[in-house]
Design a protein around this ligand. Sequence first.
Ligand code: BV8
Ligand code: ZN
Length: 237
Amino acid sequence: MIDLTRGPVTALTGAGVSAESGVPVFRGEEGLWRNYRPEELATPDAFRRNPRLVWEWYEWRRELIGARSPNPAHETLATMDKTLPDFTLITQNVDGLHQAAGSESVLEVHGNIWRVRCTACPYLSEDHRVPLPELPPRCPECGGLLRPDVVWFGESLSQEVLDAAWAAAAGCQTMLVIGTSAVVQPAASLPMVALRNGAQLIEFNPAETPLSRQADDVIRAPAGEALPTWWAAHRPT
Ligand code: BV8
Ligand code: ZN
């Protein structure tokens, strides 16, 4: 029986936790956009070659995400954050839905689609405007090209965020892995770090993943349905 009072709890989420909010996952059939795959658009080369095309994809995602709300899985994770004495949420998602559901300290290992930064000066800002006034958007400080403040394929993650995520994985007694295909590195190594340190691993995913065999428990169901139920049965009284 999973006992959440045994020690720190860490949750790692991927695109699947936002699926029931209507945000397309990366590797499902609807993960395509105009027949491009994320691995072709979410790269520095694609942006260098065609910043307007890459921004059209982000604009489309911002418009879509902006019209969506957190689902019960996001809400349950926000409740865990408030209820458990030592809880850390790590997300690979850039949609900001965990914060919208009330999660306070979220480790966003791949950045956030609602922040933009300049490619030519230190300008960095929250920007929720949909649509943006022009594509690609320009820096108000220096006129340089703005880019989404996300981590593209081939780019390194923020060392500070990655260190915090690594420590949370290494230090937890229980890790919940929710809605990720566990293929993108280095995030996909976090559950292995937890396992190596003796954590119990619970996977919430309707489909099999490379983690499933190593998990102590697998909940083969959509997170929006399964996580609230699971939490009701396991929340410390
Ligand atoms: C790095 C931000 C060091 C952008 C993302 C060759 C060349 C270059 C690099 C590599 C290479 N080979 C490997 C690499 C490393 C690469 C990598 O891992 N590639 C993969 C494709 C093999 N990683 C990197 O490049 C990383 N950086 O390594 O730096 C370096 C430096 C220089 C050169 C080399 C290396 C950076 C990776 C970050 C990429 N950015 N996002 C944006 O979003 O616009 S990744 C992107 O994929 C999203 O963040 C997403 O979260 C993430 C992972 O996908 P998932 O979240 O798991 O989503 P997915 O669709 O895959 O799965 C959804 C799951 O949900 C499924 O399992 C499904 O069953 C489930 N599900 C569906 N519905 C539900 C559900 N679950 C629950 N409930 C439901 N209702
Ligand atoms: Zn600038």
